[in-house]
Ligand binder design. Structure first.
Ligand SMILES: NC(=O)c1ccc[n+]([C@@H]2O[C@H](COP(=O)([O-])OP(=O)(O)OC[C@H]3O[C@@H](n4cnc5c(N)ncnc54)[C@H](O)[C@@H]3O)[C@@H](O)[C@H]2O)c1
Ligand SMILES: O=P(O)(O)OC[C@@H](O)[C@@H](O)[C@H](O)[C@H](O)CO
Length: 406
């Protein structure tokens, strides 16, 4: 039997990223198989089951599309199928569990308890160590996973928590590949070109990056041979990605929706918004630990990626779950800019636009700012100035309004 990777949350991104790397690594060395489980909706399982896990990946460059078939997913299950889940995690051939359960999935929902139940079955089966890798857009995503799974395990049995401590490596990883939701037009295009109506089709950009913290508890696919990097210190890579790319995405999402734009490329083509993103990037760059030349290179690459007119990444998709995303992407940049006495307007404008767009209350704004170490008052004042500025401007989409502190 080939080695197995269990995956929880088989959405578009897993198929464009981890499953794609694993598929390419299989051509270089020993093949691994992925046993994929849905996070919340069984619909994704049904789409993929039709072709027994195989699907078409459209790599959409500015100049054209390239189609390929990805075959690393060998079984697809409903995440609520506890028997299959426990059997997969308990299987001694399973060495890795990867996760894309969204930022919200670590705070709300069943994922931590499910992982703990899976590990309980592995412990009972005596199947030994496991490596868990989070692939969600969170800083210290491995540490966060460890903490929530540990809490869920404590609620089952403290001896399970002790076993997890000794046997499970929770690795952080930085993941990057813009993967918008698949549309009917994408599925039609695949059918036209291949004759197959592939409902599992995924569209992604040519760029891809995956950096994983070192410390695997067991074997892994030959990922390094297909461009995956490992590092003893992931934090600077996470910072660079979350603050430069994701932060700018959130800026374009909320400011862009308020101006009546629909996707990233059209919002970024707007001169005023582009200038705001450039100003935000200067604030974000100052918070990053990597050498400035590397950050400037990342900014230049991100500019080109945002300009790709053939990737229709909807702002509404990026705008979802802002209360979970902004503390990771924007608050550290805002906090740093204020502490350094720099202009904080661009960073503050993202939270202001989120608040206005969603009609968020004063308490909800404070909750987003809560995780900052200091300067909460100054941060709130900067956000309130941003809200007033939005309310005084002429925007194309109707404002919903947020509560400004009086
Ligand atoms: N799409 C991208 O460009 C991209 C890039 C980098 C990282 N990511 C990460 O991947 C995540 C998923 O993105 P996607 O494009 O695959 O989205 P998607 O909507 O296609 O899939 C999301 C998956 O997460 C599951 N899920 C949703 N809420 C959950 C919850 N509360 N608990 C457990 N599982 C839950 C869903 O069932 C589904 O399997 C993002 O939230 C992000 O953290 C996405
Ligand atoms: O996927 P989310 O929901 O965390 O956020 C939307 C985008 O900002 C994000 O998905 C980027 O496309 C991605 O992080 C690029 O690697």
């Amino acid at each position: 039997m080939p080695h197995t990777i269990a995956h929880l949350g088989v959405g578009a991104f897993h198929r464009a990223h981890q499953a794609w790397y694993t598929d390419r690594a299989a051509a270089m060395a020993e093949p691994w198989r992925i046993a994929a489980f849905t996070g919340r909706s069984v619909a994704q399982a049904r789409l993929l089951q039709a072709r027994r896990g195989a699907y078409t990946l459209i790599t959409r460059g500015a100049g054209g599309d390239e189609l390929s078939e990805v075959r690393s997913i060998r079984s697809v299950h409903d995440g609520a199928d506890t028997a299959s889940w426990q059997a997969t995690i308990a299987d001694p051939d399973t060495h890795i569990l990867t996760l894309t359960i969204t930022e919200a999935g670590y705070r709300d929902g069943p994922a931590p308890a499910r992982i703990a139940q899976g590990l309980q079955a592995r412990r009972a089966a005596g199947s030994g160590p496991l490596t868990v890798i989070s692939c969600d857009n969170l800083a210290d995503n491995g540490g966060i996973t460890r903490a929530v799974v540990f809490d869920a395990a404590m609620a089952i049995d403290h001896r399970l928590a002790d076993w997890i401590d000794e046997n499970v490596a929770f690795l952080s990883s930085m993941v990057d590949r813009i993967t918008p939701r698949t549309t009917d037009a994408d599925i039609d295009e695949v059918e036209r070109l291949t004759g197959i109506r592939d409902l599992g089709t995924v569209v992604t950009e040519p760029f891809s990056e995956w950096v994983i913290e070192e410390g695997f508890a067991g074997p892994r696919p030959a990922w390094e041979q297909v461009g995956v990097r490992t590092t003893p210190d992931l934090a600077p890579f996470e910072q660079r990605k979350l603050r430069i790319l994701n932060g700018a995405h959130s800026l374009l999402a909320y400011q862009g929706l308020l101006r009546g734009f629909d996707d990233v490329a059209s919002a970024f083509a707007d001169a005023e918004l582009c200038e705001l993103v450039e100003e935000y990037w200067q604030s974000a760059a100052a918070t990053c630990a990597l050498p400035r030349a590397e950050i400037d290179e990342a900014i230049a690459a991100t500019r080109t990626r945002f300009e790709n007119p053939r990737i229709r990444h909807r702002l509404a998709q990026i705008a979802m779950d802002g209360a979970h995303k902004l503390p990771v992407r924007i608050v550290p940049v805002l906090e740093h800019a204020l502490a350094a006495g720099d202009r904080a307007d661009a960073a503050a404008s993202v939270i202001a636009a989120w608040a206005v767009h969603g009609g968020h209350s004063s308490a909800e704004i404070d909750e987003v700012l809560r995780e900052a170490d200091a300067a909460a008052h100054a941060m709130r004042a900067a956000v309130d100035r941003g809200i007033r500025r939005l309310e005084g401007s002429t925007l194309r989409a109707p404002l919903r309004g947020a509560a400004v502190r009086s």
